[in-house]
Design a binder for this molecule. Structure first.
Ligand SMILES: [Fe+2]
Ligand SMILES: [Fe+2]
Length: 258
């Protein structure tokens, strides 16, 4: 089973770029399940029902999020209603939405889990015991588990890869918006990458217009950020999942939307 995982989709340029390149990616990689991180899909920060639907229309099956998930209040009711958009499992239990979901891919069941790192990000519980609890809960219910681990620091993401090695099909990092060069299958059979990258403009600074990001760094004063829109790329990975729920391979997908 081939699973395509797409890094943080940033704003309308990211959504449009994804829609544009999905036919090409489908032709080249034939994914049977498509997961994308959509936490920056609404104007660069957050997600709404509309931006989620745009992403679904492009061919995505499940959307993950994390630190920007609650940016738009009008999306809370949608997050409670849908089982196709998930938020961190290690947030407060009463917060809108759910931390994992189960989807059917042919005759197989796949669990998709969203976790937030705890270093420099606010969480209710450590992602490590939380991951144990979810993997245990899903064990009898699914054939494979894919984890989007959205975290700030490379160390925490690499640690989570080792923590879940041999227990899930993939631990895929997001949040830093820069694809890392360390995609591999760990010895226990879990596909891992520190960061899948982002789907958005490479002409800015992790999705923001570069002149605004530069002004912010130069002056250390508040600056209004807009989404950069030139030179959009789709960043992600394709994971080939075996029948036993572990991974055969992980391959980066870095495609320009021209
Ligand atoms: Fe992001
Ligand atoms: Fe993030």
């Amino acid at each position: 089973m081939r699973v395509l995982f797409i890094g943080d989709i940033v704003g309308s340029p990211g959504r449009a770029g994804l829609a544009q390149v999905m036919p090409e990616i489908r032709e080249n990689h034939a994914p049977e399940l498509v997961i994308a991180n959509g936490e920056n899909s609404a104007g660069g920060l957050g997600i709404t029902e509309k931006t989620a639907n745009d992403i679904f229309e492009a061919g995505v099956d499940v959307i993950t999020t994390v630190n920007h998930v609650y940016r738009h209040r009008d999306a809370y009711e949608f997050l409670d209603r849908t089982d196709r958009v998930i938020r961190p499992a290690n947030y407060m239990a009463g917060n809108p939405g759910r931390g994992s979901t189960v989807v059917s891919v042919g005759d197989r069941r796949v669990g998709v889990v969203n976790l937030s790192g705890s270093v420099q990000l606010k969480v209710a519980r450590s992602p490590f015991p939380e991951a144990d609890a979810i993997v245990e809960r899903l064990a009898g219910e699914v054939d494979a588990v894919i984890v989007d681990f959205h975290a700030e620091v490379t160390s925490e993401k690499i640690a989570m890869g080792w923590h879940l090695d041999g227990r899930v099909a993939a631990v895929l990092g997001t949040h830093t918006h820069v694809p890392t060069a360390d995609a591999r299958v760990l010895p226990g059979g879990t596909a891992f990458i520190t960061d899948a990258g982002m789907t958005g403009s490479r002409a800015g600074v992790i999705g923001v217009r570069r002149e605004q990001a530069l002004e912010s760094f130069r002056t250390q004063m508040p600056v209004k950020f807009d989404t950069a829109d030139e030179d959009v790329w789709v960043n992600g990975v394709v994971v080939d999942v075996r029948d036993d729920g572990l991974a055969n391979s992980i391959e980066q997908v870095l495609v320009p939307a021209t």
